[in-house]
Design a binder for this molecule. Sequence first.
Ligand SMILES: [Zn+2]
Length: 232
Amino acid sequence: MAKEALKIWMELSADIRNKILSSVWCPACATVVAMCDYNINFDGGVVVLRGCCATCGHKVVRALEGCGESSKRTSKCVLECYIFDVWIWGTEGVEDFKDKVLRKIQIAGTKSLYNFAKVITQAFGFRFDHCFGFYDNFQRYPDSTKAYELFVDVGEAPPTQITKGVKKTKIQQAFKKPGEKMLFLFDYGDCWYFAVELKEIKNAQKSDTKATILESIGKAPLQYPPCDDESQ
Ligand SMILES: [Zn+2]
């Protein structure tokens, strides 16, 4: 596999290869940098370069669009956009929202789950003011086999071996293929349950990578209803 990927890579002109290697996005530097110490492999049928930022050493990745099939020779580089349906599933674990309140969200797969959580809460007009986690078990989230929690990032011991942080985990690491669903639990006190389903992964131009709400169905409930006389 690696051999075949290397072959495709070497078929590109030196000029193009240099261009690609010198214009890689480094999330740590938040700018375009040169990649060093790279290796080449196939990832989902696409040739992918993985290496280090020449400036700071952070891991960087670059996928080559159209280089998986030998017919196309464009070296245009792409990012992957993840399109999610996110809807309010209920409060306190009860599926009590019959009318769907849904937001279709597009976001780069390289963004962290922390970032994604921020976008989700904003999309529903919620304040990003509570702890949260992503879980694969909707009925009993502590029994999840996949879990990502902010608690882990803030230094609390993870409740289980499998629990990972949300700041270090990228969307593309948590969601592999369309159809995958996770529970997004926001606020362990009020317990807002959101269902998050990956609908589509598509190649995107750099300009598409800003998180966008593509569609908005239903009116979001108030995070803090005024009739709620409980002190927040
Ligand atoms: Zn860097």
